[in-house]
Unconditional design. Sequence first.
Length: 251
Amino acid sequence: MALKALLWDVDGTLAETERDGHRPAFNRAFADAGLPLQWSQQEYDRWLSISGGHERIAAQLAQLQGAEPEASLVAALQGAKQEHYRQLVEQGALSLRPGVEALLREAAQAGLLQVIVTTSGRGAVAALLDQLLGPLQQVFAFWICGEDVQRKKPDPEAYQLACSRLTTSPQSVDTAEVLVIEDSANGLAAARAAGLRAVVSLSHYGAEAVLADPCGAAAVVSELGPEGQVLLGPPCQGHGLTLSYLQALLP
Ligand SMILES: [Mg+2]
């Protein structure tokens, strides 16, 4: 079967956004508000189990204050955090993970449809793609973002929405011809629940949970590109984790 579409997660997959972007942005927002909160890399791992920045701030404030936080404070912190994230991205705090740019180009040259499927906000995605990809972001046929769905990953809604657009596209892509690239257990669960094949490129925060339960991943790799190692799944026959490796993951 020929691979016709790649569905890309954003956070942790394109770049280490959680470690180098979102976490410091939360900390800057907390500091601005005079709150005695600074999430270390290790501590942030725990807060990441709560999906969504708004929800994460609310849970942290509830713990700090011993009561439900005021909605206005949560909203203000989330707004400040989003602005700090955009600034961090524009200041060059983030870079593409290995192999990502080469695979985007290779897949585009091979005529594959490429789609962004994230449940992060569209503004954060736009800032990141502008900074890290520039004109190369045109390889994406469309984006599914947090604003497009009711439920965040691990719910399959974002992937189901992407699939419904692909199957009705002029190329009429079947879900069996699709491969998802994710970095986390939540993302993998979302893809699998939508009936999709997924390869996991382990990220700083995603690795531990995925390795503990790789629940149906077609492959788990350390990273994409020439230095990528296959940790689970079919061995790589060629030179590095390129499009031909991903193609071989389809039956
Ligand atoms: Mg991710």
